[in-house]
Ligand binder design. Structure first.
Ligand code: NAD
Length: 429
């Protein structure tokens, strides 16, 4: 008898597995209450909606949208909506769980959620995207709301999309409650109830954590060279604020190209180019295109992943030469990537701390709308800086207390707060 061995393709670790491994590791170390552990290992609600939209051609297409609400022990669910081909129930679950840890760590009165639509927005016109967004909002119905679940921008969604969501949601309610529903989403444009400074809040926060890292390690940011993956909201604003600290952007990668210039890339010129070319960096004359695979191995001091999840992994982590990885993206480092970075003594500023400026800015916008106020950018950035510094200090102190890395200590700070809430409040009935 002859036997044929069929080689199984290697299965890639998904973001959901990564977040659950991180959770289990921290829960073991801090000895999390077993009941609370069970609750937090599960998502509260998972919503999948299929909805039709008429395209410009007259044809009808049916889209699939997701919203996963992980936990609301600390307050209304909060988290972004992503428009991308990789959006599915597992990705939404993982990202919702990270949001629960992030809001708990930042000391906000929010829980965690995430969602989106599986599509490539570049394939649709503005009119189509507006109809898709409005119909998705309508399909979610009363599963979102200013005191229930408050979406925000994420990959490929922006202030305009948030304005359409707010308008659609409010338009389906009684006119008398219209302005009481403005804060159903955050990250809105200024004319539609947005907060001055929310656009830059995530990048500002990434750099706030790098400043804290630099002070602790006694390594000045001035003169450092950094590389950034993703040149969208987070990638651009992080580059902008790091440059203000005297550091130099030497390489940047997006979905279309990988660019390198050892003498430094002009960030504002790159933004102008990207804006003019449909948010693509390809074709920018101020840097040379290079092989994408060699990006993370470039000689530099700081790596900022600010695009998709699982980008730093067993295949490329060994090549990283930087002193620190500042996780602007959610879940950019998988378990094997993290193990390799630790072996090489490379610091990791974990996503739930590093990119929490976004949700903190969203909290300010939510409060501003709730109180019918209009806040100034100076006060917003000052309050943001203070919250980021507080969170960093808590993470560093807890790391020293438990003798663990910063990711584990960030989890412990978040899980302690959730555990205390459950213990004090009890479980209904
Ligand atoms: P964005 O849509 O504005 O930008 C995404 C960028 O990633 C684009 O430049 C895109 O070209 C690039 N990209 C996509 N696929 C890529 C690939 N395969 N290789 C390299 N680059 C690729 O999105 P954003 O809002 O800047 O979000 C980026 C990351 O930051 C996401 O992980 C998001 O969850 C996280 N985040 C965003 C916020 C926020 O306030 N926007 C807050 C916290 C965390």
């Amino acid at each position: 008898m002859t036997t044929t061995t069929v080689e199984k393709p290697e299965r890639k670790q998904g973001m959901y597995e990564v977040v659950m491994e991180q959770f289990a590791h921290a829960a073991d170390i801090m000895d999390l209450d077993p009941g609370v552990r069970k609750i937090l290992a599960t998502t509260n609600t998972e919503i999948v909606v299929h909805f039709p939209v008429r395209l410009d051609s007259g044809k009808i297409e049916v889209f699939t949208g997701y919203r996963v609400q992980h936990n609301n022990a600390l307050g209304p669910y909060k988290g972004g909506l992503r428009y991308h081909e990789t959006v599915d129930i597992d990705a939404a679950r993982a990202l919702a769980i990270w949001m629960t840890w992030k809001t708990a760590l930042a000391g906000l009165p929010f829980g965690g959620a995430k969602g989106g639509i599986q599509l490539n927005p570049k394939e649709y016109s503005m009119g189509e995207l507006e109809r898709i967004t409005r119909r998705f909002t309508y399909s979610l119905g009363d599963n979102i709301g200013p005191d229930l679940d408050i979406p925000a921008p994420d990959i490929n969604t922006n202030a305009q999309i948030m304005a359409w969501i707010a308008d659609t949601f409010s338009s389906t309610k009684s006119p008398a409650t219209r302005f009481g529903n403005l804060h159903v989403v955050t990250g809105k444009p200024m004319g539609a109830g947005g907060l001055e400074g929310r656009d830059r809040a995530t990048g500002f926060g990434v750099v706030a954590t790098l400043k804290s890292w630099s002070a602790r390690r006694k390594k000045p940011l001035k003169g450092m060279r950094y590389i950034v993956q993703g040149f969208g909201n987070v990638g651009y604003w992080t580059s902008h604020f790091l440059q203000k600290e005297g550091a130099t952007l030497i390489a940047v990668q997006d979905a279309t190209a990988t660019l390198h210039n050892a003498n430094g890339i002009d960030i504002e010129a790159l933004l102008a180019h990207s804006d003019a070319s449909g948010r693509n960096i390809k074709g920018f004359s101020g840097a040379k295109e290079m092989e994408p695979k060699e990006f993370f191995a470039l000689d530099c001091d700081i790596v900022v992943p600010a695009a998709l999840g699982n980008q730093i992994n067993g295949e490329n982590a060994g090549g990283i030469k930087a002193m620190v990885v500042a996780e602007g993206a959610n879940g950019p480092t998988n378990t094997e990537g993290e193990r390799v970075l630790r072996e090489k003594n490379i610091d990791i500023i974990p996503d739930i701390l590093c990119n929490s400026g976004g949700v903190i800015g969203s909290y300010f916008e939510w409060l501003q709308n709730k109180r019918s106020e209009i806040w100034k950018i100076e006060e917003v950035l000052e309050m943001l800086q203070e919250k980021m510094d507080d969170a960093f200090t808590k993470v560093a102190d807890t790391a020293a207390e438990f003798k663990v890395d910063w990711r584990t200590s960030a989890y412990i700070v978040a899980l302690r707060r959730l555990e205390k809430t459950y213990k004090e409040r009890g479980i209904f009935p």
